[in-house]
Design a protein around this ligand. Structure first.
Ligand code: SAH
Length: 441
């Protein structure tokens, strides 16, 4: 989400005459876009801020803007007192405060004359917002496109609803306009984003839904691949599973967090499902798409999690054989239900022990899964070069590396796998894959 917000803002700033600067210390304007989903992320943002304060002490005319979940919908007054050297505060996905500030200060390119400042400014950047910043055009193979902003679920551990506000879907026409612009600038793979993306469109109270949106994105000829993230088990309909299975460009890759493998913990987390209900969803996905990658998120050491309850999660990992677990140690977030009502009573070293135990097991599971690719040919959409090799992903989201002197950026390669590690595969290039003509029709 932040990556997409930063991209939107970069494009708008370019439209105002700004250009990118590699070193934050020498830029006229620095925007720090922040995540606070865990304490660690927030600490990182605060450290960055203090480093920026040092730069500003050298060059008092530099503008510092703080964006994202640290600012949230209502933290700005408090932050203004704590960080008086910050000039502008911007909630997630809202570039307005900075654009207004720059206009007020006369800090945009003076050669561009606007009649009525604010409106003209907004008009001028309307379409730019969806363009890639110039440095990324023809370079970015994949792009994140937020389609559901905010979240109204209020899981007891999670700060996102408090910082990103209530759930709201973006109108399909706006989303398609953005994707068409991105596709015309070389983007081949679209990742649709939402906290509970399978709820897309429910707030419109018509027949708009994610399956319908996928169908419309699928019809854009330049788009080669489509993914979406994150699904909540309660909203994973058969219609959506069918759309993923039937639409050729939609990758067989589903991110569906379980968070814990024990019903009491799930209840305390206010996730809204039981382990058995989660199992049924995975069964429905696997019945329709046996080869689909199913990934999950797990939090260990949540309030009151006993050893037995953790072991339920561990055993569920054995059973589910997820293709990737995004693992986190529980961290208290201000104002959440858990912070107000439940003690953070699993000691730090115990959280780390549980995390490591699960992580070690997942490495073994993934090693075994990767080995099955040995000798097989996979289709790789190449994203970039990394340490002298081409790097890309299979439709089921496996990372693949291969060697070749030609430029493969944005192309689909067939690669025969001859080396398998838990988190990546390596192989020998067999040739290219032509764009599917069937879908261009
Ligand atoms: N909307 C998604 C996840 C969003 S946040 C969902 O419904 O699950 C991404 C991940 O961060 C979460 O899945 C969770 O595993 C982790 N996370 C969120 N709050 C956390 C906290 N307080 N401590 C540790 N991990 C947390």
């Amino acid at each position: 989400m932040n990556e997409a917000d930063s991209r939107h803002l970069s494009s708008q700033l370019e439209a105002l005459g700004y250009h990118p600067e590699a070193d934050a210390g020498s830029a006229d304007l620095v925007v720090l876009n922040t995540c606070v989903v865990r304490q660690q992320a927030e600490d990182k943002a605060i450290n960055h801020l203090y480093r920026l304060r040092e730069s500003k002490q050298q060059r008092p005319d530099m503008t510092i803007a703080l964006m994202g979940c640290m600012v949230g919908m209502k933290e700005a007054p408090q932050l203004r007192r704590t960080f008086p050297f910050v000039d502008v505060f911007m909630p997630p996905s809202d570039t307005g405060p900075l654009l207004d500030y720059l206009a007020d200060q006369g800090l945009y390119d003076a050669d561009r004359s606007f009649d009525t400042r604010e409106k003209a400014l907004r008009d001028a950047i309307q379409d730019e917002e969806f363009s890639l910043p110039s440095g990324l055009r023809g370079q970015s193979v994949t792009a994140n496109v937020p389609v559901v902003l905010g979240c109204s679920h209020a899981c007891s551990f999670c700060i996102i609803p408090y910082r990103r506000g209530a759930e709201r879907s973006k109108p399909p026409d706006d989303i398609l306009r953005e994707i068409r612009t991105l596709a015309s600038q070389g983007v081949k793979e679209i990742m649709l984003l939402g906290q509970i993306i399978d709820r897309y469109g429910t707030d419109f109270h018509d027949d708009t839904d994610l399956a319908g949106l996928l169908t419309r994105v699928h019809a854009i000829p330049e788009v080669e691949r489509i993914r979406f993230l994150t699904s909540h088990p309660n909203w994973m309909t058969d219609r959506l599973i069918d759309a993923v299975a039937d639409l050729e460009k939609v990758c067989p890759h589903i991110e569906i967090p379980v968070q814990a493998g024990n019903d009491e913990v799930l209840e305390r987390m206010r996730r809204g499902y039981t382990v058995d209900e989660y199992r049924r969803v995975v069964e429905r996905i696997r019945a329709r798409m046996p080869e689909a990658a199913i990934n999950t998120d797990i939090i260990v050491g949540f309030c009151g999690e006993t050893e037995d309850q953790f072991m339920d999660t561990y055993r569920l990992a054995e059973e589910m054989q997820w293709d990737k677990i995004h693992l986190a140690k529980y961290s208290v977030r201000p104002k959440t239900l858990a912070a107000r009502n439940l003690p953070d009573d699993v000691p730090a070293d115990e959280k780390e022990r549980r995390r490591k135990m699960l992580d070690d097991r997942q490495t073994e599971i993934l090693a075994a899964k990767s080995e099955k690719y040995l000798g097989q040919c996979v289709e790789v959409l190449v994203e970039n070069r990394h340490k002298g090799k081409w790097r890309g992903r299979t439709p089921d989201n496996r990372l693949v590396f291969f060697d070749d002197p030609a430029d493969w950026t944005g192309r689909i390669a067939t690669v025969k796998i001859d080396y398998a590690a838990p988190y990546s595969l390596r192989g020998v290039l067999q040739g290219g894959v032509k764009r599917r003509s069937s879908v261009v029709a």
